[in-house]
Design a protein around this ligand. Structure first.
Ligand SMILES: [Zn+2]
Length: 387
């Protein structure tokens, strides 16, 4: 139905974000590893420096400045190459407040930045502790075999504790096999000691390698994922703005249909938006003046399809009791497990008790959607970027 293939275009923009973050992530993780593990500098300082030196926040912010306007254009149905974003439009994207939490995008990014750093620091702290625990255990094993105290309970205990770390499992299993073999075949003590020494070296080298790799994972988990979540929400919002700007006044478009992306497997409020028949127009179809706010929540990847004049024969039923009846009819058709997913634990209890279907988490009612952009913005962008 729609020419504006949001899912595909949004994925392109998300890929661009990943591409611009990848080199920064690599550089930062190398730097952090070197400064903390090799040079033993304090974690908090190193992490702050890494973010500053490699301009992490600027990279994220630059992505939005460059690409968000593309999402607006996709939603509007324009696919043009953009070199220049006019100042006034950029200001609208970054500095105006559009959401009910009162935050502009630039404020949202600023507010996220210290939280992101704090969670990177705490993940690294945990890692430093874990790797120093491993180091202590290998040192204990080293001391015992230096004294020649074989076999010993303390030695066995240390090995058991090392085996609790999944990353060390294969090395631990190897030494266990060698110990078992030594018992069975009367292997000399000195060759068993050599095995232990090799074991310690392998664990310590593996530990270092593992830690270097983990720095990347930590930055991706704690920082990039926040940027991705904000991007997904903002891209969706920008696309929606373009979409409403093009379609609200277009008389050929009679209704809107809430669509989930095809690989959207969770059952949640979006399932309800896309399946309930609140106006008698068909599942997920709404009048243009009464549509659920989109995105429904951060990371929501739903989009809207246009329903053209003549596609739906019925006229919308605009009374509240019809809506209540249809909402409950849909919810009651779900197996209990799915109903619990859609309503959430508390919402489910409330629904069962009072029949209040609006108790589902993230349900924000219906609104008459309004674009934050004007057609003049689109014209301004087009004239600044002659094709
Ligand atoms: Zn959604």
């Amino acid at each position: 139905m729609s020419k504006r293939n949001d899912a595909k275009k949004s994925r392109e923009l998300m890929r661009f974000l990943n591409r611009s973050l990848a080199p920064v992530t690599t550089e930062m993780s190398r730097y952090i590893y070197k400064e903390i593990w090799v040079k033993k500098k304090p974690i908090s300082k190193v992490v702050d420096s890494a973010f500053t030196i490699y301009a992490y926040d600027k990279t994220v912010s630059k992505f939005f400045e460059d690409k968000l306007i593309l999402a607006v254009l996709f939603g509007y149905g324009e696919d043009i190459k953009i070199k220049v974003v006019p100042e006034a439009t950029l200001d609208k994207v970054m500095n105006r407040v559009w959401t009910d939490d009162g935050l502009s995008l630039s404020k949202r990014l600023k507010r996220a930045a210290p939280k992101v750093r704090a969670s990177v620091k705490s993940a690294i702290r945990k890692q430093v502790k874990e790797s120093s625990d491993i180091r202590k255990l290998t040192e204990t094993i080293g001391d015992i075999i230096k004294k020649g105290d074989l076999p010993s309970d303390k030695l066995n205990q240390s090995i058991v504790r090392l085996s609790r770390n999944p990353a060390l499992k294969s090395d631990v299993n190897k030494i266990k096999r060698q110990i078992a073999l030594a018992d069975a075949k009367n292997v000399t003590k000195s060759s068993l000691i050599t095995s232990y020494k090799q074991f310690i070296t392998a664990i310590e080298a593996g530990n270092d390698k593992q830690v270097a790799k983990l720095m990347r994972v930590i930055i991706d988990d704690k920082a990039n994922s926040v940027a991705r979540r904000i991007a997904r929400t903002e891209i969706s919002r920008a696309w929606t703005d373009g979409f409403f700007l093009a379609s609200q006044e277009d008389e050929d478009i009679e209704y809107y249909k809430w669509q989930k992306v095809s690989n959207h497997i969770d059952t949640d409020v979006c399932t309800f938006h896309s399946k309930a028949n609140l106006f008698g127009l068909g599942p997920g179809i709404y009048p243009k003046t009464a549509f659920p706010p989109l995105p429904a929540f951060p990371n929501c990847r739903c989009y809207i399809e246009e329903v053209l004049r003549g596609d739906v024969k019925n006229k919308p039923v605009k009374n509240k009791s019809f809506r209540d009846k249809e909402a409950r009819k849909y919810l009651d058709s779900l197996p209990e497990g799915e109903l619990k997913e859609v309503m959430g634990r508390r919402g489910f209890q409330e629904y069962k008790r009072t029949g209040n279907w609006r108790a589902m988490p993230q349900y924000k009612g219906l609104e008459n959607p309004k674009s934050r952009f004007a057609k003049a913005d689109i014209e301004r962008i087009k004239s600044a970027n002659p094709q």
